[in-house]
Each structure stands twice: as C-alpha cells, then as structure tokens.
Ligand binder design. Structure first.
Ligand code: GDP
Length: 300
C-alpha cells in the first residue's frame, strides 16, 4: 500500500468511527483501531510500533469512556489523539537539529547504499545551503564505483556548486582528506562529502565509513534511505548506525510508490530524525521534513 492510500485508510477508519451512531464508545474505538492497525501494517510499519501506537491511542481515548462518540469534544479528542500518535511515530524528539554556522567550516558526510539517491541528495542539500548564503563545496569520496566522480561532477556543474574528486586516487580516505583541506583553505562554510554505497563485502563498506569519518570529522552524518525499500529499511539503517552513527536521515523517492512505513520504522529503530525528503529527480525536488506537516499531508 502506498503512503497516500495509508492516509486515506486511516481517515476512513477515523471517520467511520465518528459517524457511527449505533455502537457504544468502546466498540467504535476498537473498530477504528482495527482499521488503523491494518492500514499501518500493510504500509510496512514495524509490528511492535503499530502495537504501541494502538495501545497509546486506546488508553488515551478510554479516559473519556462513557462519553458519546457524537459529542463534538469527543470527536476532536479522537482526531487529535490519532494525529498526535502518528506524529510520535515519525518524531524522535531530537533536542537541537543541526544547523551549519556561517563563517565556520561545517562538514557533512553522507552514507547510504548505492542507488538510494545519495549523490542526488548531496547536490540537493548543497543547493539548499547555497541558496541560504553558505559557501558550499562537494567532495566525491567514492573511489569504488567507476563513474561516481563523473556523476557528482555533472550534478555539481548543473547546480553550479564547486566540487572535488580524483580520477586516479584509489583511497577514498585520501580523497576525502584532500577535499576537506582544499575547501577549508578556501574558506568554504559547508563541505559535503559523498561516500561509496557499495563494496565487494558489506563489512568493507562499513569499515570504510569509519575510516572516512575519522579523518573527515563530520559535524553531521546523514544516512540516505530509499523510501521504497519497505521493511528492509530498518535493518539497513541499524547496520549503518553501528558503523557511522549518523545523526539524520534523508528519505528519498517519496514521489514514487513508496510504502514509507519501513522508513518510519527506521526512524524509531535508530532514534534518528528525518530532516529532508526527496520528491523527484530534479535538484529542487527536496523538502524539509517535519513530523506535523508530514502527518497533516498524509491525512489530507
Ligand atoms: P546513489 O547511488 O545513492 O548515489 O544514488 P543516485 O543519487 O545516483 O540516485 C539513484 C537514482 O535515483 C537516480 O536515477 C536518481 O535520479 C534517482 N533519485 C534520487 N532521489 C530521488 C527522488 O527523490 N525521487 C526520484 N523519483 N528519484 C530519485
């Protein structure tokens, strides 16, 4: 089930409870919860998260047991409780989101599997900060995949963002270090480092992330996650969390037929916020993410 349908199904469950005049309050709440639970599970949200959400909604709503479901205040309470709990699913209540500082070097390192949309998202984020007056540079630290540097270069040229990479150096740690040193010297304020997404062995990839991170000393590490991978998102993000301890997630391909539920589970599994979503292949198909506006949009 795609995300847009999830919103419709949840709304449907809430509305049918609200328009139900036959059942008593508890029965109406139970049948609404059944509808919401089924919809979330079909959208690939992790079962334990769904069960927690169900219990939370139920216990909040049962405090007003005895009221009529058609009471205006009860209707509002039901809508607000469902809304708040859905927000909680995608909100990890991070205290202070990372903000780059002007006139300082801010290094941002990207991690994620090949094909997730890493290089595209690096460029989108570079454009986002350039538009806000930062001097931004892109570093290609992917020496594993032939063509990785060319891809970043083409994106960067199109977006008019200065870039650094090498056709000959095979050590990604060296390239990353050189890129950072060069851009630092030239007083760049935001330096974005793109890394490899594939290796002969997954363990090698994770080792490489640790090594690059050691020399790059990122102020923020972002994992790029393809929203369409469903349940696999949780495992993937846990594995990256162990090696690179990323502090934020960019969720890509939200314009497609993404179920999105897997990504919601990844947020919970790693307790890491989604900060942007990719909504297309174009540089400007990029939106800041906030749990409230996401859930508002979801519910239409
Ligand atoms: P990387 O291997 O992780 O660096 O992934 P790329 O940046 O090369 O992206 C892989 C493919 O996904 C490319 O064809 C991108 O144009 C596409 N892509 C990236 N982000 C999005 C997005 O938000 N929406 C859509 N529809 N396509 C995207």
């Amino acid at each position: 089930m795609v995300l847009a349908d999830l919103g419709k199904r949840i709304n449907g469950a809430v509305n049918s409870a609200l328009s139900n005049t036959q059942d008593d309050y508890a029965t109406a709440v139970d049948s609404m919860l059944k509808g919401i639970v089924t919809a979330l599970l079909e959208a690939d949200v992790n079962i334990s998260l769904v069960s927690k959400l169900r219990n939370n909604i139920k216990s909040k709503l049962m405090e007003s047991k005895g009221k009529s479901i058609n009471n205006v205040q009860t209707k509002k309470l039901i809508q607000k409780t469902v809304f708040d709990e859905l927000c909680n699913l995608v909100d990890c209540h991070e205290k202070e989101p990372f903000k780059p500082k002007k006139k300082k070097t801010n290094v941002i390192m990207f991690v994620g599997l090949q094909g997730s949309g890493k290089t595209t998202s690096c460029t989108k984020l570079a454009v986002y900060y350039a538009k806000r007056g930062f001097k931004v540079g892109l570093v290609c630290a992917d020496t594993f995949r032939a063509g990785a540097f060319d891809q970043l270069k083409q994106n960067a040229i199109k977006a008019r963002i200065p870039f650094f990479g090498s056709y000959t150096e095979t050590d990604p740690v060296k390239v990353a270090e050189e890129g950072i040193t060069k851009f630092k010297k030239e007083k760049f304020e935001v330096i974005i480092v793109d890394t490899s997404g594939r290796h002969r062995q997954e363990q090698e990839l994770f080792r490489e992330m640790i090594e690059i991170s050691r020399v790059v000393k990122p102020h923020q590490t972002i994992m790029v996650l393809d929203a369409s991978i469903g349940q696999a998102a949780e495992q993937q993000s846990k594995a990256f969390k162990e090696s690179s301890d990323f502090g934020a997630i960019i969720l890509t391909k939200m314009d497609g037929h993404a179920k999105g539920g897997g990504a919601i589970s990844a947020v919970a599994a790693t307790n890491t916020p989604i900060i942007f979503i990719g909504t297309g292949e174009h540089i400007h198909d990029f939106e800041s993410f906030s749990p409230k506006s996401f859930v508002s949009k979801l519910l239409g």
